[in-house]
Design a protein around this ligand. Structure first.
Ligand code: IPM
Ligand code: MG
Length: 356
């Protein structure tokens, strides 16, 4: 097949890890006879430096025309001035909103080989395989915000419509149907009005999926249960900011943030694929970042946007095999394993894909 992929590497380790994701996609291209056209564009701090805005019009246009967007990371201390209204993160938020990507899928699978890398006990981690579906284009991230009189107060507002809740809820239930058929909807309905609406809609949508087990859980309790009994979760669906926080927490189950991919989807097939980790400017360009989250994000791209299930599975399998062979980047290396650079890790995965 032929597909057009917009590549937005961004800042910090973004370019380091995206280069390896592309290396692996090129191996898929060659081995399976597809034609992938990669077009690079600016986003985040790199775009601010080059053209003064974190999401240039050209970038958004390119992404709208592409079949999928491969994204690295944005941000860094260089652009962290709180007095400046323009921030790199606005590039990512603008893309999510501009492309209508309301459902963010963040799978957390604990690889038995990496259990030792987590701070949580192996017997608690064992069998963990969950997906957080995070609402991505609404809530407090996109609400009205500002400062009160004389800068002595500030406000951020959270708004949700039934439409916004319902569509992400359905995405979660559809996903659960392809998995272990269990949905946990997470809110703060004992305090927040948005959460009370969230729970009403969730409970209503659940009736359309009688084959899927459904429960509501308060976000504080969810934060606790995620590290107490992570293997009991299948699909967790929640609003934007709760999802942001819970997925950083959940990433620690997998041992390293460097392992976790994500897919952001909307109505069509086009999606944006990014590791859940940030730009880690302190280790950028040193060849030590873990590219596996970006490579696994490329696998999700193959699966969800291009419909190439076999190819996606082949990449995921290659990652498992490389880990089995004992190769680890700095974040995960131990006495019993072999330390490799960002690039070597990418090359190992690509080689296995090429070998088929
Ligand atoms: C994430 C990140 C972003 C978010 C930042 C970079 C704006 O933390 O994707 O989880 O908060 O959504
Ligand atoms: Mg986050």
């Amino acid at each position: 097949m032929q597909a057009h992929i917009a590549v937005l590497a961004g800042d910090g380790i973004g370019p380091d890890v995206v280069a390896e994701a592309i290396r692996v996609l090129e191996a898929v291209e060659a081995h399976y006879g597809h034609q992938l056209l990669f077009t690079r564009a600016l986003v985040g701090g790199a775009a601010i430096d080059a053209v003064g805005t974190p999401l240039p019009e050209d970038t958004l246009t390119l992404c709208r025309k592409a079949d999928a967007v491969l994204f690295g990371a944005v941000g860094g201390p260089k652009w962290d001035d709180p007095t400046k209204p323009i921030r790199p993160e606005q590039g990512l938020l603008g893309l999510r909103k501009g492309l209508g990507l309301y459902a963010n899928l963040r799978p957390v699978r604990v690889n038995p080989l990496l259990m030792g890398a987590s701070t949580i006990k192996p017997k608690v981690l064992s069998g963990t395989d969950l997906v957080v579906v995070r609402e991505l284009t609404g809530g407090i991230y996109f609400g009205v915000r500002g400062r009160g009189d004389n800068n002595t107060s500030a406000y951020d507002t959270m708004t949700y419509t039934t439409h916004e809740i319902e569509r992400v809820m359905r995405a979660a239930f559809e996903l659960a149907r392809m998995r272990r058929k269990h949905v946990t909807s997470v809110d703060k309905a004992n305090v927040l009005e948005c959460s009370r609406l969230w729970r009403e809609v969730a409970t209503r949508v659940a009736r359309d999926y009688p084959d899927v087990q459904f429960e509501n859980l308060l976000v504080d309790a969810c934060a606790m249960h995620l590290i107490r009994r992570p293997s009991s979760f299948d699909v967790i669906v929640t609003e934007n900011m709760f999802g942001d926080i819970l997925t950083d927490e959940a990433s620690m189950l997998a041992g390293s943030m460097g392992m976790l991919p994500s897919a952001s989807l909307g109505e069509g097939k086009r999606g944006l694929y990014e590791p859940i980790h940030g730009s880690a400017p302190d280790i950028a360009g040193q060849g030590i970042a873990n590219p596996l989250a970006a490579i696994l994000s490329a696998a999700l791209l193959l699966r969800y946007s291009l419909g190439l299930e076999d190819e996606a599975a082949a990449v995921e399998q290659a990652v498992d095999q490389v880990l089995e062979a004992g190769y680890r980047t700095a974040d995960l290396v131990t006495d019993q394993t072999t330390r490799v650079t960002t690039r070597e890790m990418g090359e190992h995965v690509a080689a296995l894909v090429t070998r088929g």
